[in-house]
Design a protein around this ligand. Structure first.
Ligand code: SF4
Length: 348
């Protein structure tokens, strides 16, 4: 348990412990610090110094994440943090700036058990689930200007459903981020998608598809053997009907694997009836998977083929590839400093 795992009563109890007899508004100040200012009690200058010191020493109010490394790339448009958790596990989050928005991509598990072969996190295996507070703190530590959150970092969010959804509630209710600014990405955990459809917060759903025929998807995304494409399509349909949110499919283009004309035709046939938007991104290289991302001409040809089949498609620019911050590259490693990388800093 750490500061973002506490509810208001638990924060008030911690304040009582640290500063017996303190007026109730001290607890409100600490809560406001955590959720509006996004700082810990030690940085709350509105508190008297002895109270601040006592709160900073209370383990219940400790930070869950200590910054092991922070690097930025693209002239500061992308930042990546490697966080160490209290038990030594590592996770990463990535902040991406675009005009008018600052999107943080958070991890929901240390490692991942889904074993997608092309993904650095999958190659490293599963360590443990994150708590809601460990997920929320990644957003808080990314700064006050975060406008959007995507649950697309390390781990499969719907394999850690309760903590992920508790984090969604906190970000919505206490950080004030509307559901349409929150996106949960899944590799296709059908029961999780169905649970999301029953929730009262209609967040965006992104499905990491990567293949639109079962034989290839079984290979690339092993969970497809349990939840094949027909079941996934039915769950997606029910989600869209229940929430009226736009569905998106993520497709990492792998040279010679899923960038053929037949793949474009199958993807378009899968996406069109669901009115899903397709996001294409060339596969990011990882040490454990020898396949290269599709070259630019193949990406354009695939995009054009999708369009000719009537699908909506966007080509995403890979962000932060040089700092291993791009999709599929998060492995919880503190990367070595090398020429061309911005210096690592940790000031959060
Ligand atoms: S792609 Fe996503 S679900 Fe698959 S192994 Fe990587 S983190 Fe897990």
């Amino acid at each position: 348990m750490a500061r973002y795992d506490l509810d208001r009563d638990a924060v008030a109890a911690a304040v009582d412990r640290a500063a017996p007899g303190a007026p109730r508004y001290r607890a409100d100040q600490v809560w406001e610090g955590l959720y509006r200012l996004r700082v810990g009690p030690d940085e709350l200058t509105s508190l008297p110094l002895p109270v601040r010191r006592a709160l900073a020493a209370d383990p219940a109010l400790a930070a869950a994440l200590s910054c092991e490394q922070e690097v930025s790339a693209d002239g500061g448009a992308t930042r990546k943090w490697v966080w160490r958790l209290a038990d030594g596990a590592r996770v990463e989050s990535v902040l991406m700036y675009a005009p008018g928005r600052a999107t943080v991509c958070v991890s929901t598990q240390a490692g991942c058990a889904m074993a997608c072969g092309f993904c650095a996190t999958g190659q490293a295996g599963f360590t443990r689930h994150l708590t809601p507070g460990e997920i929320v703190e990644q957003v808080a530590r990314a700064g006050r200007d975060v406008t959007h959150v995507v649950f697309m970092g390390m781990g499969e969010p719907l394999a850690n459903y309760d903590a992920t959804w508790a984090a969604v509630r906190r970000l919505h209710g206490d950080f004030g981020l509307s559901a349409r600014r929150l996106t949960i990405s899944t590799v296709g955990i059908v029961p999780g998608i169905r649970r999301m459809a029953d929730e009262d917060l209609p967040v965006n759903l992104a499905v990491s598809l990567h293949a639109a025929d079962d034989a290839l998807r079984d290979e690339l995304v092993p969970i497809n053997r349990r939840y094949p494409l027909a079941a996934l399509a039915a769950a997606c349909r029910d989600y869209v009907d229940a929430t009226h949110r736009r569905l998106s499919f993520e497709w990492a283009l792998m040279a010679g694997v899923n960038d053929r004309p037949s793949d474009a035709a199958a993807l378009a046939a899968f996406a069109r009836p669901l009115a899903a938007h397709v996001n294409l991104i060339p596969l990011n290289p990882t040490p454990g998977y020898p396949v290269q991302g599709s070259p630019p001409a193949a990406v354009r040809a695939f995009r054009d083929a999708l369009r000719s089949h009537g699908a909506n498609v966007t080509v995403r620019r890979p962000r932060g590839r040089d700092i291993d911050a791009a999709c599929g590259q998060l492995a919880g490693q503190a990367p070595p400093r090398s020429a061309g990388r911005a210096p690592a800093t940790c000031h959060t």
